[in-house]
Design a protein around this ligand. Structure first.
Ligand code: NDP
Length: 275
């Protein structure tokens, strides 16, 4: 039996941990999966995807900067991808048509709930950022029925647009938008979905959003404590987590979408931490 071919597409891509994560999943489950990394030229995403599937490829993950293009390119989208406005998972259906899915949102919710014991129901949640990553997590967070969800962003209009987009999914959750400076009360959970940390910057949010019970989650991950998480600890947060678990959980969900087999994530997260 031969391995079936999967890959992650991005630009740049050499830093990607996805090949390592998926090869650990394949070893663990015995699935015949070969997973590589493909750097697509910036203006050649659709050609790269077409070529991959023409060669018999079974599934693709998509990362920066192509997630929106993957969403546009697909013939069909899952409900969660439709709402996220971006796709990180592609495959062909039985009619050979391209399907786009998004597993990032479910990834963060599983990491929070299963790996860190943070049940979202009834919590007061603050999401910082209104870009692709933030948009992808809003729907899955709302599905867990937090008491309140505030989306704060530098460009307030983008946070307001997300509130309009998700208003119907909010149910009993109080959903609101603001700039970074406005929130002035402690939240139970703060999720940093801005890319400020990538430059070592902090979103200019008041330290009053952190109380002694606050859990902080930075979607970014690094070997050292991220800039945002260090700021949160310095201001008295109870616990901080980075986005490595989210990365592994979204990968596990993609693996499940493609193979129908759900790998165990805890040993893989552990392994990556010690790499
Ligand atoms: P986008 O470019 O789509 O959005 C960036 C967001 O950050 C916007 O809200 C933007 O505000 C804000 N922002 C950028 N720079 C600053 C700054 N200096 N100060 C304050 N706000 C800033 O990026 P993504 O949403 O795709 O990614 C965001 C982060 O999430 C990245 O760090 C990425 O690595 C991480 N991520 C992690 C994943 C994981 O699996 N762990 C998965 C996906 C993403 P404005 O709207 O005003 O421009």
């Amino acid at each position: 039996m031969t391995n079936e071919l999967y890959a992650v597409v991005g630009n740049p891509i050499s830093h990607s941990k996805s090949p390592r994560i998926h090869s650990l999943f394949a070893c663990q489950t015995g699935e015949l999966v070969e997973y590589t990394a493909i750097q697509a030229p910036i203006d050649e995403f659709s050609g790269t995807v077409r070529h991959f599937f023409e060669r018999g490829g079974k599934g693709l993950n998509v990362t920066v900067p192509f997630k929106e293009q993957a969403w546009t390119l697909a013939d069909h989208r899952t409900t969660r991808a439709e709402k996220a406005g971006a796709a990180n998972t592609l495959y062909l259906d039985q009619e050979n048509e391209l399907v786009a899915d998004n597993t990032d949102g479910v990834g963060i919710v599983r990491d929070l709930q299963n790996n860190h014991g943070v049940a979202l129901k009834g919590l007061k949640v603050l999401v910082l950022g209104a870009g692709g990553a933030a948009r992808g997590v809003i729907g899955p967070i709302l599905a867990e029925q937090p008491a309140a969800l505030t989306i704060a962003n530098r460009t307030v209009a983008k946070a307001e647009a997300l509130v309009r987009l998700f208003a119907k999914d909010a149910g009993a959750t109080v959903l609101s938008a603001s700039g970074f400076e406005a929130p002035d009360q402690p939240f139970d959970l703060i999720i940093n979905g801005t890319s400020a940390s990538l430059q070592g910057d902090l979103p200019p949010v008041s330290a009053n959003v952190i109380g002694p019970a606050t859990v902080v989650y930075d979607m970014m991950y690094s070997l050292q404590t991220t800039t945002f998480n260090q700021w949160a600890l310095d201001n008295g947060a109870r616990r901080v987590h980075d986005g490595l678990g989210m990365l592994v959980e979204q990968a596990a969900e993609s693996f499940f979408v493609w193979r129908g087999v759900r790998p165990e994530t805890a040993p893989v997260i552990e392994e990556l931490r010690t790499d």
